[in-house]
Design a protein around this ligand. Structure first.
Ligand SMILES: Nc1ncnc2c1ncn2[C@@H]1O[C@H](COP(=O)(O)OP(=O)(O)OP(=O)(O)O)[C@@H](O)[C@H]1O
Ligand SMILES: CC(C)(CO)[C@@H](O)C(=O)[O-]
Ligand code: BAL
Length: 281
């Protein structure tokens, strides 16, 4: 399986492909788990050629400790990918290959999608994500690209990025893959102790109860209930819980039947920041 570090070598490898216009891209930051595997399998099913990128992108981290502690497991990642298919091209550039000496993000106008939730609490995060994803689209020129709904706000922003930058790629959203007890799979789960990882099931339990309540109760009452759930719990620190419409990501005002809503949550557990979300209707 080709594992490639430079843009030049990747471009050469892509030129050799027979079906150049049928190429799926799965961008990742490595430390791969079954959530990533589901994206890669979908890409393999839907495309003749697949590129998986593994790159821990410095410009999307607003917290140096989070960047420094981001898990790196390249050998295991390559094994996981090769078990899905040996024909996948793996792209693992160094930071200097992507950014040269200037490690700063571009600035985008994402029409407000980046001003709420993750964007509010992680300064410049989505400019960093946009910068690396636009660069990957430029290098790989995929016909389809795969993103998980675990990072639903990111998925909406990538859709907006392709619109504002006129990039001809189809964005495919993939369902959230969960651990047995419901916690959304995430590379950051590896930083939790076994005991706390069990307790973190509370995050998804809370989302499921919020969904049940959404049928009969108003959003502010649900928000208060979620705040109360976490208020006296020493293991968790709630950063936000929001109910928004899925198109604009603006908080719900009055419930409208034809509009789709989602609930979003970010919680610190043992100093590890986890996010999750659920469709409400
Ligand atoms: N549990 C999951 N289910 C579906 N998609 C996922 C899941 N976890 C990650 N993904 C998707 O995989 C892609 C790469 O994500 P990334 O490498 O950041 O992994 P991650 O597990 O989300 O890591 P972390 O949350 O710790 O940053 C993203 O599109 C992300 O949404
Ligand atoms: C899309 C992405 C690979 C860009 O660095 C990252 O934000 C991620 O893993 O979700
Ligand atoms: N999975 C989203 C990337 C990040 O947390 O930086």
């Amino acid at each position: 399986m080709p594992v490639i570090q430079t843009k030049t070598k990747l471009t050469e490898e892509l030129k050799k492909l027979k079906h150049k216009l049928d190429l799926g891209l799965v961008p990742t930051m490595g430390a791969l788990h079954n959530g990533h595997a589901s994206l890669i399998k979908k890409a393999v099913e839907q495309n003749n050629n697949v590129v998986v990128s593994i790159f821990v992108n410095p410009t999307q981290f607003n917290n140096k400790e989070d960047l420094d502690k981001y898990p790196k497991t390249l050998d295991a990642d390559i094994k996981l990918i090769s078990e899905i298919s040996n024909d996948i091209i793996v792209f693992t550039p160094e930071v200097s290959e992507i950014y040269q000496e200037n490690i700063v993000p571009k600035t985008y106008d994402f029409d407000g999608l980046d001003k709420v939730m993750e964007g509010e609490f992680r300064d410049d995060h989505f400019n960093g994500v946009g910068t690396i994803v636009e660069e990957l689209f430029k290098i790989v020129q995929p016909s389809k690209a795969y993103f998980g709904e675990k990072d639903f706000q990111q998925l909406r922003i990538i859709q907006k990025l392709t619109e504002i930058q006129h990039i001809p790629v189809e964005i495919i959203g993939c369902e959230i893959v969960r651990e047995g007890h419901g916690l959304a799979m995430s590379s950051r789960n590896e930083r939790l102790s076994k005991n706390t990882r069990q307790k973190a099931a509370l995050i998804y339990e809370t989302l499921k109860t919020a969904k049940n309540k959404f049928g009969t109760e108003n959003a502010l009452i649900i928000k208060d209930w979620v705040n109360d759930q976490f208020k006296n719990n020493k293991d968790f620190k709630l950063e936000y819980f929001d109910i928004t419409d899925v198109e604009t990501l603006t908080p719900i005002k009055n419930k409208i039947k034809s509009v789709k809503y989602r609930a979003f949550i970010a919680v610190y557990v043992e100093n590890v920041r986890l996010i999750d979300n659920i469709a409400l209707n």
